[in-house]
Design a protein around this ligand. Sequence first.
Ligand code: MLT
Length: 256
Amino acid sequence: MTQKLNVYALPTLVDEEELAGKTVVVIDVLRATTTICCALEAGAREVIPCLEIEEARRMAEQFPPDEVVLGGERGGLPIDGFDLGNSPDEYRPESVSGKSLVFTTTNGTRAMLRCRRAARVLLASFLNASAVLRELAALDEIHLVCAGTEGQYSRDDILLAGLLVDRLERSGAGRYEMNVQAITARENWTSSFAVPYVIGAEPMDPEVLAAELRRSEAGRRLTAIGQETDILTASLVDHLSLVPVLDTDSMRIRSE
Ligand code: MLT
């Protein structure tokens, strides 16, 4: 049987309706999905994605102060009055363990909320790529939604989508019917790295991937605001084995 595998280089390239009832993977390598992986790994109880800053503040007020952390960014920078920004390295056990993280970012949380009608929403970064692939292996229909950067596609997201497409195809788990964006993402991934990385002879040197991510739209923006060390953190392929899953009823992200 042929399975369906679609990539959308931006959330706006797919109708919310088309994702209804489906399994969707949201990708925002620099940095929202990377940071959420780190927050859950550091012991955050859950992540609550919010579209707007004021909405996030109101949500946080519903918790006892010692049980909640407010995190996120605008323009890549920490938000006034928030506890944490959007650097994955800020999310450590001492800052988030046992707490609910209320989180708002410019593109990543927006992409997640666009998938609220899906049956299952997984969050992917390079950090948990293999863990996400294990969840996708047996599925008949998979949609990979890239967050992009302020309405522009960003190569960091496309590269991870390409890795996922490539690995799914190579796994022999199925025969995939792909949209053009999935084929393009895969070509981006395979043409960016010389053998042996592309044939799966990992671990990949994080510096090699980081060099490529720095050239992406999101990578250039982070470099311009002095946050380029996050790019190396985001390049640690398969560093984590958790998969953040957005429960679309409660709109909470928890670890699987
Ligand atoms: C976002 O969700 O907009 C990004 O993660 C931006 C950033 O890198 O801070």
